[in-house]
Design a protein around this ligand. Structure first.
Ligand code: NAG
Ligand code: NAG
Ligand code: NAG
Ligand code: NAG
Ligand code: NAG
Ligand code: NAG
Ligand code: NAG
Ligand code: CA
Ligand code: CA
Length: 295
């Protein structure tokens, strides 16, 4: 039968990389797999290594590696920038070894993760007709719908100007005159001291647009909250993109904002508003909503 318990902290290696005089403490967890809670997590590097030892080395020589998984059955070695408690947990998994590195190497990026869940409308079902399909991972009010491109109801075609990585689906208003979707998420404790020392900046972007000369539009708001759930700092708005901005052409245009994450921030909310001004269908549309933290 499969083992049930995590054999925690079986080995601790102190390894000094003389060249950079760094101390790296590597903890090795047998029969354990790092599982990221965010569906968008993926390893930044996957290699096939002959042994556990060579997977360890691959992590140690890579400045950005903080977690590595070695699968003893197929020798796959996945390197992650994530620190386990930032985004995930350990689960029991026979024949898999997870290594976590604690070291004083400077990460080149805080996190290249998009903090918005399903910002690209690719998670969960999409409407293939004029029905309402509420967006996955978002709270919503009204008919806001996750819809396939090339659906006549939303009018956005994959051949219209827009993101090159648009995938299969996007969000649109569907039929309500005003409809909204929003999500509130906590940052993980790993970021608290960085944020409090004002070293963290954010990059917030989306592709926003609509249909032809119709002025149905969308805009996105970003708000930060502190420990007592009070809003702090400024509200960041991207959009709206009006028909005149699009030259009356059906399209999605790139919009972005950046700034510093206010000291004391513990969570954020992204709020998307769709306003209809023309016709029955609400053609305000949006895709690829991204929030990235960086130094
Ligand atoms: C939902 O939208 C309607 C119409 O715009 C508004 O009256 C209502 O307050 C909204 N409800 C919530 C929970 O936002
Ligand atoms: C976010 O943190 C607050 C306060 O610590 C907690 O009450 C809430 O449940 C957390 N939300 C999520 C989605 O984890
Ligand atoms: C942030 O500042 C506090 C107080 O100055 C300090 O104790 C802490 O180590 C700093 N944290 C980081 C990550 O720089
Ligand atoms: C911010 O986002 C834009 C668009 O994705 C990108 O071009 C830019 O490099 C980003 N900046 C940083 C610092 O990540
Ligand atoms: C949160 O922000 C509010 C408003 O600025 C402030 O009154 C409160 O003291 C803050 N709470 C914490 C825990 O920082
Ligand atoms: C809020 O906006 C004002 C005016 O643009 C700016 O001076 C200030 O630095 C911003 N605050 C934060 C926390 O970004
Ligand atoms: C921040 O936003 C400004 C104004 O849109 C833009 O010019 C600049 O390139 C952005 N910086 C980064 C690092 O994305
Ligand atoms: Ca998409
Ligand atoms: Ca319309």
């Amino acid at each position: 039968m499969k083992s049930i318990l995590l054999l925690s902290l079986s080995i601790v290696i102190n390894q000094s990389l003389a060249k950079n005089s760094h101390t790296i403490v590597l903890s090795i967890f047998y029969n354990a797999r790092y599982l990221c809670v965010d569906p968008q997590c993926s390893p930044f590097t996957t290699v096939v290594t002959p042994s556990l030892r060579s997977c360890q080395s691959a992590c140690l020589i890579n400045t950005d590696c903080r977690t590595a998984i070695f699968d003893q059955s197929n020798h796959q070695c996945d390197l992650f920038i994530d620190i386990v408690r930032q985004y995930g947990q350990m689960i029991t998994n026979e024949n898999v070894v997870t290594m976590t590195a604690i070291d004083n190497r400077q990460l080149s990026a805080i996190s290249e993760r998009n903090w918005i869940m399903n910002g690209d409308a690719e998670t969960g079902p999409c409407a293939s007709d004029s029905s309402v399909v509420s967006p996955t991972d978002w709270n919503h009010n009204g008919t806001v719908t996750q819809v396939y491109y090339n659906n006549p109801s939303s009018s956005q075609l994959t051949t219209d100007p827009g993101p090159s990585d648009r995938g299969n689906c996007h969000f649109y208003g569907q039929i309500s005159s005003t409809t909204t979707m929003w999500q509130k998420r906590n940052f993980t404790s790993y970021f608290y001291s960085l944020i409090d020392n004002l070293t963290v900046r954010f990059n917030f972007s989306a592709w926003i647009g609509g249909y032809s000369y119709q002025d149905d539009y969308a805009q996105v708001f970003l708000m930060f909250f502190n420990q007592s759930n009070q809003m702090i700092g400024n509200i960041t708005v991207i959009g709206p993109v009006r028909a005149s901005d699009r030259g009356d052409i059906t399209s999605l245009l790139f919009r972005q904002a950046n700034g510093s994450v206010p000291s004391g921030t513990r969570s954020f909310e992204t709020f998307v508003q769709f306003i209809r001004t023309s016709g029955t269908y609400h053609n305000g549309a949006i895709d690829n909503i991204v929030l990235i933290l960086y130094k």
